[in-house]
Design a protein. Sequence first.
Length: 129
Amino acid sequence: MNSISKISPPRISSPFLAGLVYAALWLIVGVLAASLLLLLTDMQESELTMYSFIIHGVAIFLGGMVSGKRAGNKGWYHGGLLGLLYGLIVAIVGFLAFDAGIKVQTPVLVTFCFLLGSLGGMLGVNLKK
């Protein structure tokens, strides 16, 4: 019988799913930090737009790094796929929840997410070595 200390915690085997989970976790951390910043300072909600782009960018980049590191090869592909799905999810949530239509900025956002995730994935593959 194994003792509790010898049992390893569950590990997500899919690089894509692991990157998506890590991106979601970093998004939660960023949103909590921005909420505290809004609560504890005299910052206005109108200034929050720039911070939300930064939070999404960091989440995509770090999720791409985790995805590329777990994959071990083709980091641009795994990170880019993660960024693409993340960008599409953000666009769909904006469309359904906030009644934001599909505009010219939407493909630019998804392309930027793909490029940022690809960059994170390329760096993540090189972190494994």
